[in-house]
Design a protein around this ligand. Sequence first.
Ligand code: NAI
Length: 342
Amino acid sequence: ALQALCLPKLEPKQMSANPFQPRASTFKVAVLGAAGGIGQPLALLIKMSPLVSSLHLYDIANVKGVATDLSHCNTPSQVLDFTGPSEFSNCLKSVDLVVIPAGVPRKPGMTRDDLFNINANIVKTLVEAVADHCPDAFIHIISNPVNSTVPIAAEVLKQKGVYNPKKLFGVTTLDVVRANTFVAQKKNLKLIDVDVPVIGGHAGITILPLLSKTRPSVVFTDEEVQELTVRIQNAGTEVVDAKAGAGSATLSMAYAAARFVESSLRALDGDDDVYECSFVQSELTDLPFFSSRVKLGKKGVEAFISSDLEGLTEFEAKALDALKPELKASIDKGVSFAQKQA
Ligand code: NAI
């Protein structure tokens, strides 16, 4: 069922495959921060995956209830709960994929960077445990500011001597999900067909939807491009303001993260044309980390879709130039935090 939910970005070959075809549930997935606003619905969606054999839920509080509750769903995976550093080893041993939504969310008036001081330490501690107990796993970082937490994770993994850039991902899927939804609404398109690549980073102007590369091909007026770009960039704040102090996006984020997990598991399972946007170590630009569409395979990132960056419109090219200094500063901030802590 989850595969049907997650179909919009599939390439033609996969679209012809039967999404309901039973598949062996073979993968172990851990969610760190599983009792939170994102963690709980994300755990539920992962529990629905036919590819998961074991779902390990970790949090510093309230995780037992979440795991017990979910364990009653009659889907294949076993659900186990873990709490506290003494349980890291059992939680993470032989895990194929780790998702990290642990950390504080934004309140109205905050930027993602305002979360840096708290979340940087949380991500550092959790990634250290991942490095010690499951260094070969795919690592999905959701905790904000992603533009800095991914470089922190990379530094921690380097310090532990286990960094594999092909397996470290900043989760930017929500930007793509939002772009697809807003474009389909604006242009009256069938939602499942729409795919907008979103490049750059995951905060404000560093989020750059490439509307000119929308599939199916769509013509936008200059005003529409301006309006849609700004809405996609500020969509997180739209939710933060609507929740009025109760946090940021959790349900749409869980949906987006579940899609990225399912894509990664399909890639691990041998599907050979899985594409997603993600914030990863990259040579596509002069920045060390950059979000773009990547091809996922059993070993992680298999290829970068560089063609998305060719033939940009003047608007997109200018926006790309404008985002680079801000994204670079966020990356540098993460790197220097991790290096100072070493
Ligand atoms: P939340 O506060 O509802 O949940 C966070 C959970 O993390 C809590 O259960 C808390 O106990 C747990 N936690 C805190 N420290 C921990 C530690 N050291 N180890 C394990 N668990 C720990 O927050 P919410 O709404 O779930 O957001 C989580 C993060 O996701 C925030 O940083 C938020 O900014 C980010 N986010 C990222 C998005 C993206 O697109 N990448 C979109 C929306 C939110």
